[in-house]
Ligand binder design. Structure first.
Ligand SMILES: CC(C)(COP(=O)(O)OP(=O)(O)OC[C@H]1O[C@@H](n2cnc3c(N)ncnc32)[C@H](O)[C@@H]1OP(=O)(O)O)[C@@H](O)C(=O)NCCC(=O)NCCS
Length: 474
């Protein structure tokens, strides 16, 4: 058992309590949907497909399984509760990407690589050229993946344009504006030829593995470092260098807040990372796989995952939940607020799920962890928000639990957990993305081994045989 697990045994107890509760509540249900024992599937498969590809089977996978009726979440055969109780995010990422739990040596090598790839100085330098404080944090994260792509692979060098014979030195004022100064053929940036050549060699190696492990590791560490840098830049502070002594979770908090977390804070962040690492063929995973299936590369693919995750129906819900709880404002307002929502037929953020028709196992863990953090905090505002959340949960379950199987989802309590860890609200969804890079890239690596470009069809319900009318006659 690692030192961190020993130091945080009370967290393990909370997780195992949640596991027990889940087992009791779902023990009657034995159904296993969307499972096959046959690894050599014969296509096509008969399935009932709804709009938005609901119910469609697009591929086979050994990576993760969600059973919505039971409230099960399984990574590579392991129950999510056990992984949260006994494992670490680094180990779980290795498990998702490589298909087995690592030996001690394998984990050491993996950790060393991840630590090495945390250092993305050039990417941070490029990010600092943006107005990060004015931009959507997920937009910056997405741009960050393009910068990491450029920095790590120099894959675009074939588009590298300058003619070295004609380049001129430019001072700061003249760089972007002066396109045709007097007496010069053309003004261009002063590129460093030596750097370019060195990168080019790296690129050659990297190109062999554009949708493989190396890109996956780089993104896993790099996206976390970008998230930390974004948080700092938004506070008007300089990004912090990663600390190689710290675990993935501790370093993420450190690079974001500037403070080394306590063991309990580190463990709770670690558990949250594990819980968000993979979740079947959800929208962002599907987006990632669609892009990778065109044999674009991992960096573009993860960038699309980030874009898809941003929406309020997906990962963006965690930030919306906190806004909603603040808007309710007081525990005494909950009933009235909820009644109004019902009258207007509006959805309550952080509830419901396309797949789960039972309590989301991730919320089963995050709810009690939020409560634990609140009990040990003297932040009155957080305590108030948590009480509002508990009351709202009671209300929604009482009205929609039995009838429509609506329960809290992963996003309902994750925001409260993050805010107790001093993570700013605009970083909630980027943190979700940081965790999900492991699942996204694991699924891409698996899929491209038997790649088939995604290409569903739409049912055309439009017209035919219309006569073109010239614009002046319309
Ligand atoms: C996640 C979500 C998109 C899943 O949607 P879905 O599978 O398409 O479910 P539907 O929208 O078809 O909803 C089914 C029924 O439950 C109700 N419902 C679903 N989510 C609800 C919510 N959050 N609050 C209130 N009612 C909800 C719908 O109104 C619908 O009722 P009806 O049958 O009377 O029309 C949806 O539950 C939602 O928008 N939740 C809020 C956003 C959120 O928390 N997203 C994070 C997901 S992890």
């Amino acid at each position: 058992m690692s030192d961190l697990l020993k130091q945080t045994e009370e967290i393990t107890k909370i997780i195992l309590e949640a596991k027990k509760k889940a087992q009791i509540e779902t023990k009657e249900d034995k159904s296993k949907d969307f499972v096959s024992n046959n690894t050599d599937i014969e296509w096509p498969i008969n399935c009932v497909v709804g709009p938005g590809l609901e119910g469609a089977i697009a591929c086979t996978s050994k990576i993760g399984y969600v059973n919505g009726a039971k409230g099960w979440l399984i990574y590579r055969g392991y129950d999510i509760f056990d992984l949260c109780a006994y494992s670490t995010f680094e180990e779980v990422s290795y498990l998702l990407i490589h298909g087995k739990l690592p030996t001690k040596d394998e984990l050491d090598i993996f950790n060393k690589k991840l630590i090495n790839y945390r250092d993305i100085n050039y990417t941070i330098k490029l990010l600092m050229g943006l107005n990060v404080e004015e931009m959507n944090t997920m937009a910056v994260l997405r741009i960050g993946t393009n910068f990491i792509r450029h920095d790590s692979t120099f894959i675009d060098s074939k588009y590298y344009k300058p003619d070295f014979n004609s380049h001129i030195s430019s001072d700061e004022d003249s760089i972007p504006m002066e396109t045709k100064p007097m007496g010069e053929k053309e003004a261009i940036y002063e590129f460093k030829k030596a750097d370019y050549q060195e990168k080019s060699k790296i690129m050659e190696k990297e190109l062999v593995d554009p949708i493989g492990y190396k890109s996956s590791y780089r993104l896993l560490s790099g996206v976390a470092s970008v998230a930390g840098a974004v948080a700092r830049l938004r506070q008007g502070k300089l990004p912090i260098e990663p600390n190689p002594e710290l675990s993935f979770a501790a370093n993420l908090i450190y690079m974001t807040t500037g403070k080394i977390p306590t063991p309990v804070e580190e463990r709770i962040m670690d558990v949250s990372l594990i819980l968000h690492a993979d979740h079947g063929m959800n929208a962002s995973t599907f987006a990632t796989m669609v892009v990778a299936s065109t044999l674009s590369d991992m960096y573009f693919a993860v960038g699309s995952g980030i874009a898809a995750l941003n929406g309020p129906l997906h990962g963006g819900a965690n930030a919306e939940v906190l806004k909603m709880l603040k808007e309710i404002g007081d525990i005494d307002n909950v009933e009235q607020w909820y009644e109004k929502k019902q009258q207007n037929k509006e959805k309550v953020m952080g509830f419901g799920h396309r797949v789960y028709k039972a309590y989301d196992p991730r919320a089963r863990v995050l709810g009690p962890l939020a409560e634990y953090l609140i009990q040990n905090s003297d932040n009155k505002e957080s305590k108030k928000i948590f009480k509002i959340a508990q009351k709202l949960e009671e209300q929604v379950i009482a009205h929609l639990g039995k009838e429509k199987k609506i329960f809290p989802n992963v996003d309902f309590y994750s925001g409260i957990v993050y805010s107790c860890l001093n993570i700013p609200v605009e970083l909630f969804t980027p943190f979700f993305a940081v965790s999900r890079v492991s699942g996204w890239t694991a699924r891409v690596i698996e899929y491209v081994q038997r790649n088939r470009i995604f290409r569903p069809r739409a049912l055309y319900i439009g017209e035919f045989d219309k006569e073109y009318v010239p614009i002046d006659k319309r």
